[in-house]
Design a protein around this ligand. Structure first.
Ligand SMILES: Nc1ncnc2c1ncn2[C@@H]1O[C@H](COP(=O)(O)OP(=O)(O)OP(=O)(O)O)[C@@H](O)[C@H]1O
Ligand SMILES: [Mg+2]
Length: 269
């Protein structure tokens, strides 16, 4: 079906716009991408690919008419230029072209800035016409208060300011789970309630090798693929692949191969 005929056949339905990530396989999982002006939480163990996923989302936007901002609380901008260059992505060139800006700040300063009239972030959004932001990472917000309720309200206010500025947000958050049964976030403040979508990255041990798994645990206001999929990071970035076939207990980190009789019984239903 052509794009035109698709539009004609669905003309009576509201067109739900999507914000594609440009990550092979992930957009299919998300039925086209994130919803505009939403906050999307990417949680996972150290080194599993959260920042890479976020950078890829920002880069795709920058190259497709949706300029982006990377707001970092932990790494110097230099680190992003270097990490991006390892995938062949020239973030300095995108900055020079005015479609990307990497800024380093603290959660306290960024929050106060967003609450002030005509703050730096708001001016930057207007100047480059930003539509996307990567906040790397939310983990740093957790130092702002010991009180989970207060923390939630701080993060809620912060995310709303970003959404109000017209941005679609990716937030990363470190989880201490490497392999194991725990699925829920580990800290007292459960930010997944505040996010419009919640994607978890996991390490999985299969036949004595560590592989990477991705699952969309929630997506407010939209259907999404709930399969647990394998993904890899190679020299061109993140690639989401097929669901894990014939395995059970993926989220436990140490899945078992399902017996053929079990699979047959399941398929024959
Ligand atoms: N050029 C590359 N080719 C293949 N894999 C790479 C390349 N560059 C980085 N990686 C992989 O990507 C991973 C780093 O991912 P990333 O920094 O996005 O993780 P993270 O989840 O943000 O980690 P952290 O919790 O430390 O912030 C590394 O573990 C490495 O295996
Ligand atoms: Mg990171």
């Amino acid at each position: 079906m052509t794009e035109k005929s698709q539009r004609t056949s669905t003309s009576s339905l509201p067109i739900v716009q999507r914000v594609p990530t440009g990550i092979p396989g992930l957009d299919e999982m998300l039925h086209g991408g994130f919803l505009p002006q939403t906050a999307n939480l990417i949680e996972g163990a150290p080194g599993c690919g959260k920042t890479t996923l976020g950078m890829q989302f920002i880069r795709y936007g920058a190259l497709h008419g949706e300029p982006g901002i990377i707001l970092t609380f932990e790494q110097f901008p230099e680190q992003y230029y270097r990490d991006a260059a390892a995938f062949g992505w020239d973030f300095r060139a995108l900055e020079s072209a005015g479609v990307l800006q990497v800024i380093m700040s603290s959660p306290e300063v960024s929050k106060a800035d967003l609450e002030s009239f005509n703050g730096k972030i708001e001016s930057l959004v207007a100047r480059i016409g930003a539509k996307r932001i990567l906040v790397d990472s939310l983990t740093h917000f957790e130092r702002m208060s010991q009180d989970p309720m207060k923390l939630r309200s701080l993060v809620y206010g912060f995310l709303n300011s970003l959404k109000r500025a017209g941005l679609t947000v990716i937030l990363t958050r470190e989880s201490s789970i490497l392999l194991g049964d725990e699925v829920a976030p580990t800290s007292g403040a459960n930010f997944s309630f505040l996010a419009d979508s919640y994607i978890m990255l996991r390490y999985v041990e299969i036949e004595s090798a560590i592989q990477r798994a991705i699952i969309a645990l929630k997506m407010r206001g939209s259907a999404h693929d709930t399969h647990i999929r394998q993904f890899e990071i190679n020299s061109t970035g993140l690639h989401v692949q097929e669901p894990f076939e014939g395995r059970e207990g993926i989220m436990s980190g140490t899945p078992q191969q399902m017996t053929q009789s079990f699979i047959k019984a399941f398929i024959n239903r």
